[in-house]
Design a protein around this ligand. Structure first.
Ligand SMILES: NC(=O)c1ccc[n+]([C@@H]2O[C@H](COP(=O)([O-])OP(=O)(O)OC[C@H]3O[C@@H](n4cnc5c(N)ncnc54)[C@H](O)[C@@H]3O)[C@@H](O)[C@H]2O)c1
Ligand SMILES: [Zn+2]
Ligand SMILES: [Zn+2]
Length: 378
């Protein structure tokens, strides 16, 4: 590649400060250093976690940054020591790395990677280092990926190679939301055949959780959202019952408890609000109910009375659907190619990177499931 070893000047959406529109700027992307890969981003989509950083947590130290962590692209060049990737490989960036060497990566019980938390400072959701500058300023790398950019540089432990035939404008969704929801049901909750499930929040993450419950053989899947426009899509993914908390005067867990005669077997919170996490737990059956926290927040504590758990429920959390990322994402790409998981149905808008603020606004107003933006031509 003519660009290998050189600084690339390209377009990126820079979030200069919290709660402000992002700005399309020309940035400089330095060449990859040891064990790093420079990637041309072809397609990327907006996930609620981007909005969380920009509009909800608004951690000042986390700016300026380039948001974006759900994407697919093509390797442009590699740094010294990289043998796993070559220019031209189709890849998906991973916000959760899999170094394959740490004690967590070596343990089949978890998808956590100790290195992930040394690379990314959790409170500011950004990597300690970045290869980006703009107008003479260092730009932070959001979630170690920063995909709202024509080019980005990522450590090889946080990149995975995928089937070269895979359509990047579809499989980009596997970089976060769909693996997260689907895996939360299948890997973390371990939903069982003939069970009853409830999914709170029907964004891409929640809808993917519905899809996971259906794949696992659940016989009843109750879809809960305050936006009834989401119910039609939930049906496509396998939901059987639909509940809008706004239609009820009593707490939603009581509504579900009555509907199911004693609580659901599995509940999944896919909103990111602590009161809903508690409702999801209380909706699950005392004795054996399993409730999984998938929605993201770092701002508040969750609190329930101990008896809610003493009665025999299990409360779990799930990051990236429990998938070991480098291994799991290519498998999910294959599952899509084999028509075993849906992706196209999540895409409600196709846009370009220039329209990023419109995409953020659609997401904020809960008017889209996933808006996929084309970034660079293939
Ligand atoms: N754990 C992880 O690894 C991980 C990964 C990706 C995303 N997330 C988190 O998952 C959550 C969902 O992400 P998304 O991209 O699907 O978001 P989204 O904004 O598209 O979807 C959220 C849905 O929740 C609904 N909602 C809001 N308030 C509600 C309420 N009181 N009751 C029921 N439904 C309600 C909204 O109408 C919307 O449909 C976010 O918190 C995101 O940060 C977690
Ligand atoms: Zn590791
Ligand atoms: Zn995400």
């Amino acid at each position: 590649m003519a660009t290998a070893g050189k600084v690339i000047k390209c377009k990126a959406a820079v979030a200069w400060e919290p709660n402000k529109p992002v700005v399309i700027e020309e940035i400089e992307v330095a060449p990859p250093q040891a064990n790093e890969v420079r990637i041309k981003i072809v397609a990327t989509s907006v996930c609620h976690s981007d909005l969380y950083h920009l509009l909800e947590s608004m951690h000042k130290d986390g700016f300026p940054t380039v948001l974006g962590h759900e994407a697919a692209g093509i390797v442009e060049s590699v740094g010294p020591g990289v043998t796993e990737f070559q220019p031209g490989d189709k890849v998906i960036p991973l916000f959760l790395s899999q170094c394959k060497e740490c004690h967590l990566c070596k343990n089949p019980k978890t998808n956590q990677c100790a290195t992930a938390w040394t690379r990314i400072r959790q409170e500011i959701m950004a990597a300690v280092e970045s290869r980006f500058t703009c107008k003479g300023k260092r730009i932070l790398q959001f979630m170690g990926t920063s995909t709202f950019s024509e080019y980005t540089v990522i450590h090889q432990m946080a990149v995975t190679k995928i089937d070269p035939e895979a359509p990047l404008d579809k499989v980009c969704l596997l970089g976060c939301g769909i693996c997260t929801g689907y895996g939360a049901a299948v890997n973390t909750a371990k939903v069982q055949p003939d069970s009853t499930c409830a999914v709170f929040g029907l964004g891409a993450v929640g809808l993917a959780a519905v899809m996971g419950c259906k794949t696992a053989g659940a016989k009843r899947i109750i879809a809960v959202d305050i936006n009834p426009d989401k119910f039609e899509k939930a049906k496509v993914f396998g939901a059987t019952d639909f509940v809008n908390p706004k239609d009820h005067s009593k707490p939603i867990n009581e509504v579900l408890f009555e509907m199911t005669n004693g609580g659901v077997d599995f509940s999944l919170e896919c909103v990111g609000k602590v009161d809903i996490m508690c409702s999801a737990l209380k909706s699950s059956a005392p004795g054996w109910g399993v409730s999984v926290i998938v929605g993201w927040t770092d701002m508040y504590d969750v609190a329930v009375r101990p008896v809610e758990l003493i009665s025999g429920r299990t409360w779990k959390g799930s990051l990236f659907g429990g998938f070991k990322s480098k291994d799991g994402v290519p498998e999910m790409v294959k599952a899509y190619m084999d028509k075993k998981v849906k992706l196209d149905e999540f895409i409600t808008h196709n846009m370009t990177l220039d329209q990023i603020n419109d995409a953020i606004e659609l997401m904020k107003q809960s008017k889209c499931i996933r808006a996929v933006m084309s970034v660079s031509p293939q």
